[in-house]
Design a protein around this ligand. Structure first.
Ligand code: SF4
Length: 353
């Protein structure tokens, strides 16, 4: 047990990690306690002190409160919501590996996160948990024995919650596999626990194999000075940084909020990569917009933002069938062989090949 504890950075004392503490801090009203306790049986509550300090108990509809404070709404499960919305289990040949696309795999060495986002699509799986040494070795063996794997995505959970020693060992093992050309790290740490990003952490990730950092960030309010400094440490140390965001009702579902988020990310030297449509995870319908709303927003962004700031709007097809771009079509092939193209103002034009 002691050994396992040492593999994960010690952050427990800083966290808000129980429904009781939420009531004590005025983050939920006492009459929500029972429903929130029920919701937290599936996805525990956890807020870092960094995030908790930014949530004002007088403003529980703020973008940060909505994302991290559990709500009784999580106990309502729609008929079409499923436990494993993107089919991780179906595509897992060995523990700790999800192999959905031929040339890349997800490696999940840890299932814990520094915070638990209330819309999490892996809400049935995340929580305290670490891949044991034997399973980790088998997962690395799987990658070693599949030469078609070009890219390994470290995800979870949040891999940057691991101790720097453990993380360094994993990166070393991947760096030694010739056919692994790129490593990607999916993380929320720079915005939810920014002081975790140190020179020791960036050193643990730096090898000859390029490591891309993909930051999960959903609102410009997450990009406070400490978070910007943490991001800068990655960029200044030579790591390309991309972002992924989730389209969330009452958090970022309007074009001005999204435009501010994407511009602020670019100012932090982060290239917006994906804007995900909300997955049909159980108990998350209060966060999900209609697909038509997302498509309209993304076309509004086309007129508002430079190409540098544009994310690709993605739908993960429920059941594990993979992701597809979900933006509106700007090209239509007519019967006479010409194309009708739509500009950013919505005007149509004819294009001939
Ligand atoms: S950081 Fe990612 S895996 Fe962890 S709770 Fe948030 S969405 Fe889920």
């Amino acid at each position: 047990m002691k050994a396992v504890r040492n593999l994960v950075h010690s952050v427990q004392s800083k966290h808000v990690s129980s429904p009781e503490t939420l009531v004590e801090r005025g983050l939920i009203p006492p009459d929500h306690f029972e429903a929130v306790t029920e919701a937290c049986k599936t996805l525990p509550v956890r807020l870092t002190s960094h995030i908790a300090a930014q949530i004002d108990s007088q403003n529980l509809t703020s973008p940060l409160a909505k994302q991290f404070v559990p709500s009784p709404n999580e106990t309502f499960v729609e008929d079409d919501e499923i436990a494993d919305p993107i089919g991780d289990v179906t595509h897992s040949p060995v523990a700790g590996i999800v192999h959905r696309y031929p040339d890349r795999v997800l490696l999940t060495p840890v299932l814990s996160c520094p915070v638990y986002c209330r819309f999490c699509f892996r809400r049935e799986f995340v929580g305290d948990g670490l891949l044991n040494n034997d399973d980790l070795e088998s997962a690395i063996d799987y990658i070693r024995n599949h030469p078609e794997i070009w890219e390994v995505i470290l995800s979870g959970g949040d891999p940057l919650i691991l101790s720097q020693r453990r993380l360094g060992e994993i990166i070393d093992a991947l760096d030694a596999i010739d056919h692994v050309a790129v490593i990607r790290v999916h993380t929320r740490v720079p915005v939810v626990d920014p002081h975790r990003v140190t020179r020791t952490l960036t050193d643990a990730l730096k090898r000859k194999t390029p490591v891309f950092i993909v930051l999960h960030c959903n609102h410009a309010d997450e990009l406070v000075p400490e978070a910007r400094d943490a991001i800068a440490q990655f960029v200044d140390n030579g790591f390309p940084v991309l972002s992924q965001s989730v389209l969330l009702k009452d958090v970022n579902d309007n074009s001005d909020t999204l435009a501010t988020l994407m511009k602020t990310l670019v100012q932090c030297r982060v290239k917006p990569y994906y804007l995900h449509h909300g997955d049909k995870a159980q108990g998350t319908s209060h966060f999900r917009t209609a697909l038509a709303v997302g498509r309209k927003l993304i076309s509004q962004l086309r007129g508002q933002l430079s190409g540098l700031c544009q994310p690709t709007y993605m739908l993960d097809i429920p059941g594990g069938h993979g992701k597809i771009p979900a933006a509106e079509d700007y090209l239509k092939l007519e019967n006479d062989g010409s194309w009708t193209v739509v500009d950013w103002k919505g005007n149509t034009h004819q294009y001939l090949d």
